[in-house]
Design a protein around this ligand. Structure first.
Ligand SMILES: [Zn+2]
Length: 117
């Protein structure tokens, strides 16, 4: 996993409930750097809400999925939903506006420029 994601996971380790030995709490690869700002902003906002615990942040069907067992209250839940929705419309490669495309059987949120490469 790229350094920037590892650093982010470390910075917000207090809101991840996952045991360090069990694997990464952010299960994204370098390919998803276009979502870095979304995830960073989400974690920053969630860290201000008491009692929020995130189990896993990953990609599924071309967009972000935030798994949590202990999110309490409408604000935290809404923030997670917002981040997931935003990822559907954000190129996972570069961060520009994109849409979910089926590329060789894989769903990827991608922009018109990145899809050419
Ligand atoms: Zn792009």
């Amino acid at each position: 996993m790229a350094d920037n994601w590892t650093n982010l996971e470390h910075k917000y380790s207090h809101i991840f409930e996952r045991n360090k030995d069990y694997g990464h709490a952010i299960e994204l690869i370098t390919f998803h750097d276009g979502w870095f700002n979304i995830v960073q902003t989400l974690l920053e906002e969630l860290s201000n809400i008491q009692g929020v615990k995130i189990n896993l942040i990953k990609e599924k069907w071309g967009c972000l999925r935030i798994q949590t067992h202990t999110v309490q209250g409408d604000v935290a839940r809404a923030l997670c939903s917002f981040a997931e929705k935003l990822s559907e419309k954000t190129c996972s490669k570069c961060g520009k506006a994109g849409t979910i495309q089926n590329i060789g059987g894989y769903y990827i949120a991608i922009c018109s420029d990145c899809i050419k490469n």
